[in-house]
Ligand binder design. Structure first.
Ligand code: S6P
Ligand code: ZN
Length: 182
């Protein structure tokens, strides 16, 4: 029997390696619009590694990914991903936190917003009709491993139109949830 190498392996730093691994880097200027008081510099804010064996995005195929969110603060506001619903609201997703500390912000279609605490080992089931945003509340990188259906897609526009109800800030060691005026 032929034994093949896996198409994706984690290197000694835990970073995904392989021909089919796609790396996307987000710079602050792409997410500055999310913050109440944006910074004026342009640090790297998060990296997303995505891997799939599926050639197309047909139902039943899967993607796996790793998001690394940097500890970057904007006048006390914690670094966050853009946040999205899945274009296909039937597609759920798993998040597994493997490093760091943070929050998984969740929102339903009515705008109701809540959070789950992310810490190494926490596993999060994201329902298909819930928007999700990862937030780094710590002082080190936040690592989130994820698995979702290839045909889920990203609907960022719905979040831009109706933002998550809370901003997350840190004053000293205290995490503060600030309700938006929306
Ligand atoms: C895809 C999954 C993640 C995010 C990534 C970045 O369904 O939820 O791979 O895409 O964490 O977040 P965002 O909101 O900028 O796409
Ligand atoms: Zn998603």
């Amino acid at each position: 029997m032929e034994v093949r190498n896996a198409s994706c392996t984690l290197d000694r730093f835990g970073l995904p390696q392989g021909k089919k691994v796609l790396k996307t880097v987000r710079e602050y200027r792409e997410t500055a619009y999310l913050y109440e008081n944006p910074r004026t510099d342009n640090p790297l804010v998060y990296e997303v590694y995505t891997f799939t064996e599926a050639e197309d995005q047909k139902a039943g195929s899967l993607c796996w990914g790793l998001t690394i969110l940097k500890p970057v603060y904007s006048a006390g506001e914690c670094n966050m991903t853009k946040g999205h619903f899945h274009r296909n609201r039937e597609c759920a997703e798993f998040y597994l936190c493997t490093k760091g500390q943070g929050l998984l912000l969740l929102m339903d279609e009515s705008g109701k917003t809540w959070a789950e605490e992310m810490k190494p080992g926490s596993l999060h089931y994201i329902h298909g009709d819930h928007a999700h945003r990862s937030i780094n509340t710590g002082n080190e990188d936040l690592w989130i491993s994820a698995c979702w259906p290839s045909d889920a897609g990203h609907d960022y526009a719905a979040v831009e139109e109706r933002e998550f109800r809370y901003r997350v800030k840190k004053h000293g060691d205290e995490i503060i949830f600030e309700e938006r005026n929306i």
